[in-house]
Design a protein around this ligand. Structure first.
Ligand code: B12
Ligand code: SF4
Length: 446
């Protein structure tokens, strides 16, 4: 009989995302799909006990974890902490497997810290790795086949959300209808990590998953749910009769497609995360994101608001065209158009991205302390301001936008759910006014 194995899945976190802190007793975080997906892919003939340790919602002491195999998910911002955890497991003879965006983007960086790394999506490679592990022949690296698609999987299992249950997430109702994106924004990890194409899940499968979860309020983790326009339209049509409320991520291109936007609204869309990035045409050109047109933002925002869709608007500071004026320009846009839930990042040259290569070629990468590659630190030399100005301007915008007065101004008297928006704004406010306490740093430099 095959021996039963204990698999510990770990998601170490950087300080801002580590559990505790915040104003609410329960984490507002929805459950990631990483480990529920990996758990569902464990072949049936490999009996395994899976335990998930997520520092986003619990304290984790790797020295106390008993396992035959540790699987760690690594994003760049938490890579240093992942490596710390991995060293502790390996010192006790527990083999470590790493996967996720960072090993995919920078495999040679992750490799020395793990017994095996998995790059790209792991639907095919993780089961193969487990079989090799059971036969004592685990290889150091498993690479996603470039032709991987959901269509060629014989069976797509539903994520095993029970492995995430009772951990204090706000909801387990997270889903994905697609992965990847077809655009090629210079700063984005997605085209480099997974190629410029969307990976589409069959709509029947997505709907069956939503039904079996009896989900009425749900979140799509898709990086750009409209990456395939036809798939998105079919999905929205199919969602409509379910009478659900959903939240997801899109590009501003949805604003130019009235039919798609109305379909989204009719299907129960109540909130969209939109990458506006900036209100400057020149900065958008720097980012290779010319498909965003700031002249159309105003109407787009109005359209979403009239459909009762709340906007989680994302902005990034630090492009080559940005001067110190950029902070006030973005702040004024957010206030004037009353973006319900804005968030601001400092442009971050994640390894592997075109932005990273360009800045490295120009000798503008200040350091590779990955713990500061989190969108909140300055890790490169900006063109038209100093690193200190970039850090200070970004912080100032967070603080000004998350004053009580600004919160009420942005969310009152709208079609969106006021109490939900208030709770989300207060949670952001907590961090907005404490960024410096989470990051005990000087201009982002180590
Ligand atoms: C939930 C989420 C979070 C959560 C938790 C993420 C975590 N892992 O710790 C929170 C809110 C904490 C978070 C924070 C941030 N996030 Co985030 N997040 C996501 C999100 C939306 C969903 C993750 C998910 O469930 N995906 C679905 C699962 C099925 O896919 P997956 O995780 O990629 O896993 C597959 C493979 O990668 C692989 N795999 C992954 N891990 C492992 C491990 C093993 C052992 C194996 C074998 C395989 C494997 O197998 C899975 C099946 O194929 C993703 C976007 C996305 N859609 O993936 C971004 C994403 C991971 N986040 C990203 C970023 C940039 C951030 C932030 C910097 C954002 C910010 N500005 O604050 C911070 C990080 C700060 C920090 N210091 O750590 C980037 C990663 C970039 C990078 N270079 O690392 C992503 C890809 C989004 C993007 N558009 O670029 N995030
Ligand atoms: S549209 Fe979004 S997900 Fe797609 S490449 Fe650009 S930033 Fe990345």
């Amino acid at each position: 009989m095959t021996k039963r194995i204990k698999i510990a899945f770990l998601s170490p976190k950087g300080p801002l995302y580590r559990h505790r802190g915040g104003i609410f007793r329960k984490a507002l975080r929805p459950s990631p799909l990483t480990f529920s997906t990996l758990a569902s892919l464990i072949p049936e003939d490999i009996p395994a006990d899976v335990t998930v340790y997520d520092e986003g919602v619990q304290d984790v002491d790797p020295d106390q974890i008993d396992a035959d195999l540790a699987g760690i998910t690594v994003i760049t911002g938490n890579a240093a902490r992942c490596y710390e955890f991995a060293a502790k497991f390996r010192a006790r003879g527990i083999p470590v497997v790493m996967g996720g965006p960072h090993p995919t983007l920078a495999p040679d960086d992750a490799q020395p810290h793990a017994d095996a790394i998995v790059t790209g999506y792991a639907e095919e490679t993780w089961p193969e790795l487990l079989r090799d592990f059971m036969s004592g022949s685990m290889k150091p690296r498993y690479v996603m086949d470039p032709d991987f698609s959901f269509a060629r999987m014989k069976h797509i299992p539903f994520p095993k959300r029970e492995v995430m249950a009772k951990k204090g997430y706000r909801t387990l109702n997270t889903f994905e209808a697609t992965r990847g994106c077809l655009h090629d924004c210079e700063f984005c990890v997605v085209p480099h990590a997974w190629g410029k194409k969307p990976y589409l899940k069959p709509i029947d499968h997505v709907l069956a998953d939503i039904r079996q979860m009896k989900a009425k309020k749900l979140l799509f983790y898709d990086l750009n749910i409209i990456a395939s326009r036809d798939h998105a339209a079919d999905l929205f049509r199919a969602l409509a009769p379910l009478n659900v409320k959903w939240y997801g991520l899109v590009t501003a291109l949805i604003g130019r497609d009235t039919e798609l936007l109305e379909l989204a609204a009719r299907s129960g869309c109540k909130g969209l995360l939109v990458g506006f990035e900036t209100v400057s045409k020149a900065a958008l050109a720097d980012m290779h994101k010319r498909f965003n047109d700031p002249r159309l933002y105003v109407d787009f925002v109005k359209d979403l608001q009239s459909l009762g869709i709340a906007i989680n608007g994302c902005f990034a500071f630090g492009s080559d065209s940005d001067t110190v004026e950029a902070f006030d320009e973005v702040r004024d846009f957010v206030l004037e158009h009353r973006i319900e839930l804005p968030r601001f990042a400092i442009l971050t040259p994640f390894p592997g991205t075109k932005l990273h290569h360009r800045l490295a070629a120009d000798n503008r990468i200040l350091h590779k302390d990955w713990s500061q590659y989190d969108g909140q630190h300055v890790v490169f030399q900006p063109k038209n301001m100093t690193p200190e100005e970039l850090l200070a301007g970004h912080r100032r915008v967070w603080e000004e936008i998350y004053s009580y007065k600004s919160i009420l101004h942005r969310i009152s008297g709208k079609k969106v759910n006021f109490f939900l928006m208030l709770a989300a704004n207060l949670a952001y406010r907590y961090y907005a006014h404490r960024l410096h306490t989470f990051y005990n740093c000087n201009a982002g430099m180590p």
